[in-house]
Design a binder for this molecule. Sequence first.
Ligand SMILES: [Zn+2]
Length: 252
Amino acid sequence: MCTEKIQESLMRTFICILLLSFTQINIYSQEKRVHPIRILVITGGHEYNKETFNEMLKSLGNGFTFSIVEFPAAFDMFNPENRNSYDVILFYHMWQKITSQQEITMADCISGGKPLVVLHHSICAFDDWEEYLHITGGKYFHKPTTINGVEYPACTYIHDLHFTAHISHENPVTSGENDFELFDETYKGYYVEPGVKILITTSDTTSTPVIGWTKMYGKSKVVTFQSGHDTPTFQNPSFRKLLRQAIEYVTK
Ligand SMILES: [Zn+2]
């Protein structure tokens, strides 16, 4: 084959590869655009009002679908073969029992790029697994607990309080939100990991001041809200908007 023909053949191959790449990118971006955000909701270990909680999830709109799986069955969802069946994890559980293999698989799934939104009593889960507080960025202590050599006393909670949530930082999660009133349960004395980006605070003295934050865990964005005990918060338009914007933010 003469040099000219070799060059022509190489050029054709190059153009073919280029066209194939563009087709793949196009298919991929279309897939990303057309399907709704699939939320894997993980519950278990704490009762809640399923009817009004599911109404809140439905209120997110047509851009979202959700499936609810309870622990311990939900541990399987972190296995590599199941990770493509959802786009984002929503924690609404207070599960405690976990094996070392389950710890490794869950941490790998989230740090590897599966985004997470954490609600309310989910910061009270997995008391004996320290890495969990690095995933959520916060931890309620049921018993005195030592973190980095500092001992923290057990936390406290109070139900049915009216208080104000202050938007402390403008970002896509809090975009368009003003300070708003909540009727919810507060927790006091929980740990908030240094370095999280604070989104929402309260000056209510029964609560730890920081009640909403975001952080990275490995490759994943994580957003955590302390609020969300029961129906009044599930039905709160500002909270619903925060939840929707948090899910959109972590999946982008
Ligand atoms: Zn609660």
